[in-house]
Design a protein around this ligand. Structure first.
Ligand SMILES: C[S@@+](CC[C@H](N)C(=O)[O-])C[C@H]1O[C@@H](n2cnc3c(N)ncnc32)[C@H](O)[C@@H]1O
Length: 293
């Protein structure tokens, strides 16, 4: 007499835990309350996949246990960093939106300097908000060195890159990039401002000296109130992850962070329609910017 084979129900080591709809909603609301990032129902797979790896790493079997760990565990504060690192999408590259950088170089900087009425002597403060691994911030530094420093010898710049993901900030501070990041960069920049190390590209100190990187959650209101006195803000390709309410909150803080006469750039697929009426929309070839009058 033969017996049917019984397959054990326990999850295999390293297997993918399943995220129930209920726990997905709890996790989604928790993440939203802290970051403004909103996972639509159709993005459940993303949380399941990315956080599943984190569960495996922690040796936690279920998302229900992980949620308890995040809410009430004695290391809940320490888990927020890895949570943010796991859920954020950090796609970026040098010279990502060339039209914005052209407007920056050809119009914004000359105009901002002219308005200073200080015989050209000025420091411009530029914020790469949601900088990811720093490509946008270093692109600004390189354009300053290549195109602006000679034309405006008394101009100085300070570029601050901020992000919620600590590991991409570490990459930004190291300044070492893969081929993927530099693929869109004009060859002259690559040759002049990078050192090739095997199949990596290290940005030179002369570029790094103008940029620094800090952890900052754009949804953290007290922290946002400390960000003041910027002439230009690049806040590109991050608003897409927020819902309308968090977009309104973040954009209103960005407005307060700008000096009068300053400009905000957002991603080419993003818009402030229905989010803010405070800015004047300014058209440039192939791009737009939002001005604080
Ligand atoms: C797709 S990248 C955009 C990088 C760069 N700005 C660009 O346009 O190439 C989006 C970045 O936003 C960051 N991010 C998402 N939510 C954030 C928040 N609440 N505060 C700060 N950064 C956030 C992510 O960590 C990620 O690095």
């Amino acid at each position: 007499m033969s017996f049917p084979t019984i397959i054990a129900a326990a999850p295999a080591v390293g297997s993918q835990p399943k995220l129930s709809d209920n726990t997905f909603r709890q996790l989604r609301d928790f993440i939203y309350s802290l970051t403004g990032i909103y996972f639509q129902d159709n993005k459940k797979y993303l949380l399941e996949g990315r956080l599943g790896k984190r569960l495996n790493h922690l040796g936690i079997d279920t998302f229900e246990e992980y949620f308890q760990h995040l809410r009430y565990g004695n290391r809940r504060e320490q888990e927020l960093g890895p949570l943010y690192d796991a859920i954020t999408i950090n796609e970026t590259f040098f010279f990502r939106n060339e039209a914005q950088f052209e407007a920056f170089e050809r119009t914004l900087v000359p105009e901002l300097l002219a308005n200073r009425k200080t015989n050209g002597q000025a420091k411009l403060r530029i914020w790469s908000a949601a900088s990811s691994s720093g490509e946008e911030a270093y692109t600004v530094s390189m354009i300053y060195l290549e195109k602006l420093k000679g034309k405006f010898p008394l101009l100085d710049i300070e570029v601050i890159g901020t992000d919620i993901n600590s590991s991409v900030l570490e990459t930004a501070r190291q300044g070492v990039y893969r081929e993927y990041s530099v693929r869109n960069m004009p060859k002259t920049y690559l040759e002049k401002y990078f050192v090739r190390e095997d199949n990596r590209f290290r940005v030179k100190e002369i570029v790094k000296q103008y940029a620094r990187f800090e952890y900052l959650n754009l949804y953290d209101e007290p922290r946002m109130r400390q960000m003041r006195g910027f002439d230009i803000i690049f806040c590109c390709n991050v608003l897409i992850y927020f819902d309308t309410q968090s977009k309104i909150q973040v954009v209103s803080h960005l407005y307060d962070s700008l000096n009068h006469g300053g400009y905000l750039f957002i991603g080419y697929a993003e818009s402030l329609h229905g989010i803010s009426k405070a800015f004047t929309l300014v058209n440039f070839p192939k791009t737009i910017a939002y001005k604080k009058e």
